[in-house]
Write a protein that binds this ligand. Sequence first.
Ligand code: FES
Ligand code: FES
Length: 144
Amino acid sequence: NQLDTLYRQVIMDHYKNPRNRGELDGDSLTVNMNNPTCGDRIQLQMKVEDGKISDAKFTGEGCSISLSSASMMTQAVKGLPVEDALKLSEIFSDIMLGKDADYGDFDLGDIEALQGVAKFPARIKCATLAWKAMEKGIKEDGQV
Ligand code: FES
Ligand code: FES
């Protein structure tokens, strides 16, 4: 249907024109994470200033779902307080689990385009890879 087509276009756009692909210079949190089911890996770097994620960039190899999700994730969390970034990650994983997610005040933006992935259990880890990396970085850094 039309919505699926639109979502597919959003995913392909992030895959072909990734936002925030690259590396950050200077002091930044760096997390490497791989998807154990396929071996694909991403590196995520973040700068956290005054409790907010002021910048985020990623590099890595992976499928269209994992890389478009990394692009969308970095776009979504840039500028967010770390608590909100973690909350958004929770919402995203609820969507992937097919649960009714409580969106609160969050505008999901492009992330919404990935909701169809919930129907393909084998791909869920692809979609959550970058989010797990973000969570790990923030938690290990003692930001929450
Ligand atoms: Fe199988 Fe990503 S791990 S599609
Ligand atoms: Fe490896 Fe999707 S198939 S991350």
